[in-house]
Design a protein around this ligand. Structure first.
Ligand SMILES: [Zn+2]
Ligand SMILES: [Zn+2]
Length: 144
């Protein structure tokens, strides 16, 4: 900590400030970003311990016996909604799904369904679906 009180270092730190601001502006410009290889979750293979999908693609989210984790490489953009005891996520077509949470961080994929008019989270789902699609667009735009 004493080093920061050194006069030379202090001067250096204040001179460095404009450079930091310039770097941030650079980072915020989409065109300035380094190209990143991004594989959508539905083109990835399962990397969790699921016996159904291990090292296989997963594009259906209600397969009986699926034990995929919410952080599996195949899991799309997901919102954990502890208030409702479930997770909400967008499938390949941008349709909102919900999956009930079970004990110990596991998920009841057998009972995962699209959020339709019969779902108790239908109204909330309209907003959440919209926000997740926006989030997906923002995230995709920053990669292209
Ligand atoms: Zn699985
Ligand atoms: Zn998996």
């Amino acid at each position: 900590m004493t080093a920061w009180h050194h006069p030379v270092l202090t001067a250096y730190a204040s001179e460095a400030a404009p450079t930091t601001a310039a770097t941030e502006a650079y980072a915020h410009s989409p065109r300035a970003e380094e190209p990143v290889t991004y594989t959508p979750p539905w083109r990835r293979v399962c990397d969790c311990r699921c016996i159904i999908h291990h090292r296989l693609p997963r594009t259906t989210y209600n397969e009986p016996g699926c034990a995929c984790t919410i952080t599996c490489a195949t899991q799309p953009l997901t919102l954990l909604a502890q208030q409702r005891g479930r997770a909400l996520f967008l499938d390949q077509g941008g349709v909102l799904w919900h999956v009930p949470a079970m004990a110990n961080g596991t998920w009841d994929w057998d009972n995962a369904t699209r959020v339709d008019t019969r779902a108790d989270v239908y109204d909330a789902g309209l907003v959440i679906g919209h926000l997740l699609r926006q989030a997906a667009n923002v995230l995709d735009a920053s990669i292209d």
